[in-house]
Design a protein around this ligand. Structure first.
Ligand SMILES: NC(=O)c1ccc[n+]([C@@H]2O[C@H](COP(=O)([O-])OP(=O)(O)OC[C@H]3O[C@@H](n4cnc5c(N)ncnc54)[C@H](O)[C@@H]3O)[C@@H](O)[C@H]2O)c1
Ligand SMILES: [Zn+2]
Length: 1599
């Protein structure tokens, strides 16, 4: 057999680590010969087994065959891959296997696999038979360089990772790098994070080879080594050598450290670099994001902490960043791989710090972090204690600048290298001959991708000197090769790099060794929209083959390697000077000398072209710009000779002049002095003129030499405005000038900067909008802006500046913040040109900066927002005249018990003239001003318990709009009453009391509509319906009134319309309405809603009639959706669940219409929809935004897995749950069942998460028929279907009734018995009533009569039986039953009688059941009255003075009756009753119609005496004589209720028929029904199915 060459590394003084390639035979031989045993057990996972188990088995068997003496056994065990195996169960499995196979103390265990196998098997070995020998054979890079070395073994528990384990050293660690050839490349990168880490803390040389040779290292694992190549040194390729040296290098460091400090007491801490923060991130993102990926981000953040502490330079952070990126590792939390995850929402500063608190390295409460001092060395020989504030500052998204005078005054500093010069220098040095040392190179995104790309093209080699301060470029003289197949040059959003590299790539020459035939350059999504067309067109015209891969005119490009032809090139240069520079830089390498002609008129940014030409000259190539011989004028034609650049030995990159404007401006604004070392009059950059041309004019003293600039500012507050300044030659510096002008005395006009509208953002707009927050006024001009300066004292404080992801906006506002303070959101956007700006601001200038966690800002904001407004805060109504503000306002006020205020009336009182007259006298403008003042007064005076209705035109002035917006944002609801505009037109056509518009109403509406929606936080759709001929509003239907009451109680928070069952912990259900048009549901709405607690409106299924015919995706319009909700609300009082499901979630909404989804969800919140379903896959910002506006509504945070891959006992579901809990009031997780077992797993999951304190309600469902069981078991808001629906919303959906059956059958809904106690009761309709309801809802209960002469043992037995569900009580026991009860409701207490017994489960200390007595008679009476009469009751009459009369009085009192006449045959009894209700304003009558003369006759009459006790026959004695004047009331609706149950038409009701037609009659049966419905709901928690029940009861009654 071929010889095997291994490299041995010693650890703990033993050479036990053996490294090489294709080691399996070697492993078998070594193990069998040096670790003699009776049994060898190899444990691996299925992934690794697939690739390598056979070979192990064969080699071990073969080798065993060669052994002398008794043959040992070779056993193997294959387990599931993945972290879940690393558990107690996983360990027990292996142990059982070993025990079953009678393994003994001499067993040798081989762990073949990644870190999971190594940790788990190692721990088994540590405890099996008190410890057996074991061997590590790591197969992932992570396991090779990290987990297998050091002897740490462990398993996970639900409490955390690696919490139980042991130190147990393996006998051998065999590192076979050939295993890496089968490893997925993401896993390889995962391991590289640890390799980079080790080099970073220990060995700069190693780090250098990692940073420069990533392409080769990747190549080594991606090229399979045939025929065991590499096993012997002779057969090893260079790539293999490199790979092995990287691994060995890394292992050696770790082995060394472990040897010195095996138990991690100090030095071994160091290998935790990046891990303190990395682990915290991992805790949140595992298992989606791998350990190494989290550590990679952790290293950068920890590197930044050390930079912040002034220990590590930006160079170090930059190199680390670049190196990790080269191995495809994420370096920030905003990396799309991380940021796109819903779990990323939990990466808040507080949460991360909280997790870090329990880090094993900590001593006490202090956190420890490994602090780098430079690449290859750490600050201490152990982790360093770091304060929370420092960590928090680095982790925060935003920075707060604390105002003050720079403490390092006078400041002297250099700014980072210029971005433009850095990029040009990189290209030049790479293309040149010889070696160049670049100093002061900018370490930023742009230069990083540029270097990475040049590296990939093998165009040059890069290395570092002076700890990275100097970049050594060995030029490739223009030789460039095609990157290997599949490798694209990824440029992120680096514009300069993209433009320069496009031409550079045309220089690539093909070679026979290439496996790819084009070079592809690409970028991120934004980059893919930025233009590159003119440059590509020019190059194509010159003969280069360049193809657009996606959209025309943008990246990605595929460029053929055929060299640049040269000669004449024409280029349109009006968009970007970078196109010109790109061609200029490469032109010397074209086949023929180039003549570059710029076309298209105005050439943009000539200074940058001049800069390129000047730099080319430094590198030895002189460009000739032609002049017109006739005029001597310069032409836009350049001649570039054919040549090779020659590298100067050293090239000093000038500091960035735009960056320099910030420290200089800080000197100017704070009255201090600042010197910038590296920029002076000789600068190539236009922005170098900023000091002289702007700062000096503003009153600073400026001293400039060729290479330095010093600025001394005037005393604070004394900057002068410059009347007008043209900044065309230094456009980037205009932002700096703008913030200074904001505090200068006078107006400053800044011109010549129109191009700044198309930079990273529209910078002119950005400055205007952000300055406005500080209270600074500006005027936008065509090519600039005017700033009206304001004294610093008058600026607004505590402003949070949004930066539009633009570095210059961020830095400019940090200048302003040095005098006023301010929070700069998105602090990281400075990374583009000055990554350590915030550190330099503090460490070099001496202005304090704090970290701010935006997550907490937004929760603060929502705390002051409408979400938590005071429930008593007044409501403001806005909307077109004629939209029904007055009508809605009055009803809302009466429902809330508040006062309604009309702004117009208020106006008339104040100005003593009506609105119409005022406009006539003073004109519209004056009226609007006066109106705004009224608004302000109203908002200030009527802060609580008012409904304020405003004039339609209030939104016409911005002052009023601002007031409204502020009110909506911070104080209370502003509701836009919206009514279809054609109804408004029709209505206004006949109304004249207010001033005419003088323009068409529809025009007015069009103009105001956006203002209304901008000012309101709620919208109420008011469909008043018919307009009657007389022009008055038709009396709104009861539906509308109920809707108004519900809506306003909900949005104010007085009584949110949420499901009671959900709140009280009963099972709850909703019905999914799957209609395209909800009005189709209305005829059946009562049946459809049987049993359920809410109605789900599936918005994705809605189709307006005009869309019926269309095929394909339809997105219903907002107005249609709003209409549908209004329709549904008038038909049903149930809360609505608003759901938009996309196709991917099993719905019908297009998957890519995220914007439309968000708009609809916002609409739902505005309409006060009670429950809004939000997919957690939406962007965090949008969810936060919705959540901050939700008010009383609740969010259902939902996640759907349709793949069937999600396991309820797997990690994914937990991750989703945690995310959903983060913002949802209710969590919804939907999976798919493949078998019944999936339902049990679901149930266990729910039980476990619900057992936590304060757990949020969860809807957990499995789709599919196999998942039906989960629909039975689900507790909260189970989605249901109904046989009457057009189709089911989801497969496997059951009806409410089916679920009740099912619950009963599995024992979760036992039968209960209900009774009627009374005598005589044989003819009672109550059994029909309740049993019909039970039947309709599928409840297994039974209601029966218990006729008895007294409250005896049978009654007592019935009510204490465990299956007692409740009872009705009637004559004669309504009082007798009271002693048996534990408690009475307030109503029963006051009425002094009980007609309902409700068993209630108590959760108090003694968990048990109590019996509660209630009286629902009064509710029945009240319901019958309000059904028919809603206007105020001026007077009512009650006949009788028994128990039912008490209920009647109680009901009337609750209805606010102003006067109650009481009439009874025995007057003393009536007087006694009146005395019992002292607040009810009762007047006892001697004769039935004897109310005082001139007073209002009763509009409500309730008789509580038997029919036989009344008569219309004056002959009849011993009965109360009823006469016609009982019904004298004529001024509106009136009701007479006869509680007598038989006959159907009592004398009282009969007489009413002959009275006016304003009288409605209510027979006793109706009251019985109403009070029965209430009883039913009290017992079962379910609404009684009224229609069916009433029908059955009426039939029974009349038969
Ligand atoms: N003990 C320590 O000091 C230490 C240090 C770091 C990490 N760890 C632990 O290591 C574990 C992670 O280890 P990991 O990253 O190796 O993960 P892993 O063991 O889960 O392996 C990653 C994946 O790659 C597969 N795989 C492994 N080798 C392969 C090969 N050669 N070809 C194809 N597929 C292959 C595996 O089946 C698995 O699916 C974690 O549990 C972590 O806690 C321990
Ligand atoms: Zn690690």
């Amino acid at each position: 057999m071929a010889e095997t060459d291994v490299f041995k590394v010693s650890i703990l003084h033993k050479e036990s680590i053996h490294c090489g390639f294709h080691l399996i035979p070697y492993i078998a031989r070594t193990v069998l010969n040096t670790l003699p045993s009776s049994t060898y057990v190899l444990i691996t996972d299925t992934n690794v087994a697939n690739f390598h188990l056979n070979e192990f088995e064969q080699d071990f068997e073969r080798e065993i065959g060669t052994l002398q003496g008794s043959e040992p056994r070779f056993l193997s065990l294959v387990i599931n891959p993945g972290e879940t195996s690393k558990s107690r169960e996983g360990k027990a499995n292996i142990e059982d296997f070993l025990l079953l196979n009678r393994c003994t103390r001499d067993t040798v265990i081989l762990a073949l696999g990644g870190g999971v196998i190594g940790d788990l098997v190692g721990f088994v070995a540590a405890t099996f038979m008190r410890g057996v020998r074991f061997v590590q054979i790591p197969t992932t890079l992570l396991a090779m360089v990290d987990s297998s070395v050091g002897g740490k073994t462990a398993i996970d528990t639900p409490h955390g990772k690696n919490l139980i384990g042991a130190f147990w050293q393996p006998e051998y660690i065999f590192i076979d790098a050939a295993f890496l050839e089968t490893l997925p490349s993401r896993e390889f990168s995962n391991g590289m994070a640890e390799v980079v880490k080790t080099a970073a803390i220990w060995n700069e040389d190693e780090f250098m080879s990692l940073e420069s040779r990533s392409a080769e290292i990747f190549a080594a694992i991606q090229t399979p080594s045939a025929n065991f190549a590499g096993r012997s040194k002779a057969t090893r390729s260079t790539a293999q050598e490199l790979l092995l040296s990287v691994i060995v290098g890394s292992i050696s460091v770790k082995a060394h450290i472990v040897t010195i400090d095996e138990r991690e007491t100090g030095l071994r801490n160091l290998v935790n670099f990046g891990h303190t923060i990395g682990h915290a991130i991992e805790a949140i993102l595992t298992p989606t994001i791998l350990h190494g990926e989290c550590v990679s981000v952790g290293m950068i953040l920890e590197g930044e902490i050390s930079r912040q502490m002034g220990i590590l330079s930006q160079v170090g952070v930059g190199r680390l960043t670049r190196c990790l990126k080269a191995y495809n590792l994420p370096v920030t939390l905003t990396d799309p791989r991380i940021a796109s995850l819903p779990a990323a929402k939990q990466l808040t500063v507080d949460r991360l710090l909280d997790i870090m608190r329990i880090d094993k390295k900590n001593s006490g409460p202090e956190k420890k972090i490994v602090i780098l001092s430079r690449i290859g060395a750490t600050y201490e020989q152990k982790a360093t204690i770091v304060k929370d504030a420092i960590i928090a500052k680095t982790l925060s998204e935003a920075a707060r600048v604390i105002p003050g005078v720079p403490s390092h005054h006078p400041v002297t500093m250099a700014t980072p290298g210029s971005k433009s010069i850095s990029n040009r220098a990189l290209v030049l040095a790479a293309l040149a001959r010889g070696t160049c040392r670049l100093k002061n190179l900018l370490h930023s995104d742009d230069t990083q991708v540029m270097m990475a790309a040049l590296n990939e093209l093998k165009g040059a080699s890069f290395s570092w000197e002076d700890g990275g301060e100097t970049l050594v470029v060995k030029g490739g003289e223009g030789s460039l090769s095609v990157p290997r197949k599949g490798k694209e040059l990824y440029l992120g959003n680096a514009g300069t790099a993209a433009r320069f590299l496009t031409t550079v790539c045309t220089l690539v020459q093909s070679s026979p060794n290439d496996d790819a035939d084009v070079t592809i350059i690409t970028g991120n999504a934004r980059m893919k929209q930025r233009p590159i067309g003119p440059l590509v067109t020019a190059l194509q015209a010159n003969g280069s083959k360049i193809e657009y891969q996606e959209s025309q005119g943008c990246l990605p490009l595929a460029i053929a390697p055929q060299g640049l032809k040269g000669s004449n090139i024409q280029l349109a240069a009006s968009v970007s000077s970078q196109y010109v520079s790109s061609i200029l830089l490469c032109a010397p390498y074209a086949a023929e000398p180039v003549t570059l002609e710029l076309t298209g008129g105005q050439v943009i940014s000539q200074p940058y072209i001049d800069m390129t030409i000047a730099m080319m000259k430094t590198f030895g190539v002189e460009v000739h710009r032609r002049t017109d011989p006739a005029t001597g004028k310069k032409l836009d034609i350049y001649n570039i000779p054919k040549a090779v650049y020659v590298n100067p030995e050293v090239y000093n990159i000038e500091s960035d002049a735009s960056s320099a404007t910030y420290p200089l401006a800080i000197a100017a604004i704070t009255g201090t002095s600042c010197t910038i070392d590296n920029i002076g009059t000789a600068s190539l950059q236009g922005d170098a003129r900023f000091a002289k041309e702007v700062l000096e004019k503003m009153g600073c003293s400026v001293t400039q030499t060729e290479t330095s600039t010093t600025v001394q500012g005037p005393p604070i507050g004394q900057l002068k405005a410059i009347e007008e300044v043209d900044m065309e030659v230094m456009t980037d510096a205009f932002l700096t000038a703008t913030v200074l002008s904001a505090v200068a005395q006078g107006k400053t006009r800044i011109l010549g900067i129109a191009n700044q509208r198309v930079k990273e953002c529209n910078r002119i707009r950005a400055m205007i909008d952000e300055l406005e927050k500080f209270g600074v006024e500006t005027v936008e001009l065509d090519d600039g802006l005017e700033v009206i300066g304001k004294p610093i004292k008058e600026l607004k404080q505590d402003i949070s500046v949004h930066c539009y992801d633009d570095h210059r906006v961020a830095m400019a506002f940090s200048v302003l913040s040095t005098v006023i303070g301010g929070t700069i959101e998105e602090k990281r956007c400075v990374e583009k040109t000055w990554p350590n700006w915030w550190d330099d601001l503090e460490n070099k200038i001496g202005i304090k900066v704090e970290g701010v966690d935006l997550a907490s800002i937004s929760s603060e904001a929502s705390a002051s927002g409408t979400q938590n407004h005071d429930a008593d805060a007044s409501v403001v109504l806005i909307g077109m005249r004629g939209s029904g503000k007055t009508f809605v306002g009055e009803h809302a006020a009466s429902a809330l018990g508040w006062t309604c205020v009309d702004a117009d009336t208020h106006f008339e009182i104040k100005h003593k003239v009506n609105v119409r007259e005022y406009v006539h006298q003073h004109g519209w403008a004056a009226f609007r001003d006066a109106e705004a003042i009224i608004l302000k007064e109203l908002l200030e005076e009527k802060t609580q318990k008012h409904v304020i209705s405003l004039g339609g035109g209030i939104v016409e002035t911005s002052a009023a709009r601002d007031l409204l917006k502020q009110y909506a944002a911070a104080k209370g609801p502003v509701v836009h009453i919206s009514r279809p505009i054609d109804e408004v037109v029709k209505y206004l056509g006949v109304e004249t009391s207010r001033p005419a518009y003088g323009e068409p109403i529809t025009e007015v509406y069009r103009r105001r509509a956006p203002w209304y929606s901008e000012c309101c936080n709620y919208e109420f759709i008011n469909h008043v319906g018919e307009v009657r001929d007389d022009g008055k509003l038709a009396v709104a239907q009861k539906g509308t009134r109920d809707e108004i009451a519900r809506f306003f109680k909900h949005v104010t928070g007085q009584k949110p319309n949420l499901s009671a069952n959900l709140a009280s912990g009963r099972r709850s259900y909703f019905l999914c309405l799957t209609y395209p048009d909800i009005s189709q549901a209305l005829p059946h709405i009562d049946e459809l809603s049987e049993g359920v607690d809410a109605l789900e409106l599936r918005v994705d299924l809605l189709r307006s009639p005009k869309d019926y015919e269309s095929i394909g995706h339809i997105i219903p319009s907002a107005s249609y959706v709003a209409d549908q909700i209004a329709i549904l609300r008038r038909a049903s009082s149930l809360p609505i669940i608003f759901t938009v499901r996309t196709k991917a979630q099993g719905g019908a909404f297009p998957d890519d219409a995220e914007v439309e989804v968000i708009q609809l969800l916002q609409l739902a919140i505005r309409l006060g929809v009670e429950y809004v379903d939000i997919e957690i896959a939406l962007l965090e910002k949008q969810i936060r935004d919705l959540s901050s506006r939700k008010g009383s509504s609740q969010l259902i945070a939902s996640w759907h897995d349709w793949s069937g891959n999600m396991k309820w006992n797997g990690p994914l579901v937990k991750e989703k749950y945690d995310t959903a809990v983060g913002f949802g009031d209710i969590v919804k997780i939907v999976g798919k069942a493949n078998s019944i077992q999936d339902n049990f797993d679901l149930y266990n999951f729910v039980t476990s998460v619900q057992s936590k304190p304060r757990a949020k309600p969860i809807i957990a469902i499995n789709m599919g028929t196999a998942g039906q069981m989960s629909r039975t078991l689900n507790f909260t808001f189970t989605p249901t279907s109904h046989p009457l629906l057009p189709n089911k919303a989801a497969p496997g959906q059951l009806s409410f009734k089916q679920i009740q059956h099912s619950l009963h059958l599995i024992g979760l809904l036992p039968t209960q018995r209900f009774y009627l106690f009374g005598n005589p009761i044989a003819h009672s309709m109550s059994p029909t009533l309740h049993n019909t309801a039970f039947e309709v809802l599928g409840l297994p209960h039974h209601y029966e009569l218990l006729e008895t002469t007294e409250i005896d043992e049978t009654v007592k037995m019935a009510i204490v039986a465990p299956d007692f569900g409740g009872a009705s009580v009637t004559i004669p026991f309504k009082l007798d039953v009271i002693p048996l009860l534990d408690k009475l409701t307030p109503a029963a207490e006051v009425i002094g009688a009980v007609n309902t017994i409700i068993p209630q489960v108590t959760n108090g200390e003694e968990k048990g059941r109590i019996l509660v007595g209630d009286n629902t008679d009064w509710l029945g009476i009240r319901a019958c009255i309000i059904e028919r009469k809603t206007d105020p009751i001026h007077a009512a009459l009650v006949i009788g003075a028994g128990g039912t009369a008490r209920a009647a009085i109680y009901a009337l009192q609750a209805l606010d009756a102003e006067k109650i006449y009481l009439c009874n045959r025995t007057i003393s009894k009536a007087e006694k009753l009146a005395a019992a209700f002292p607040d009810a304003r009762i007047q006892v009558l001697n004769e039935i119609t004897q109310w005082p003369n001139g007073s209002v006759p009763p509009s409500v009459i309730i008789s509580t005496v038997p029919a036989s006790a009344t008569t219309t026959n004056s002959e009849q004695s011993n009965a109360m004589l009823l006469s016609n004047n009982l019904y004298d009331y004529r001024d509106g609706p009136a009701v007479v209720v006869d509680m007598a149950y038989k006959p159907a038409e009592t004398p009282l009701l009969k007489l009413a028929k002959t009275a006016g037609d304003n009288w409605a009659t209510v027979p006793g049966l109706e009251v019985l029904l109403e009070q029965g419905y209430v009883q039913f709901e009290e017992w079962t928690g379910r609404k009684c199915p009224r229609n069916t029940v009433a029908k059955k009861v009426r039939e029974g009654y009349s038969s």
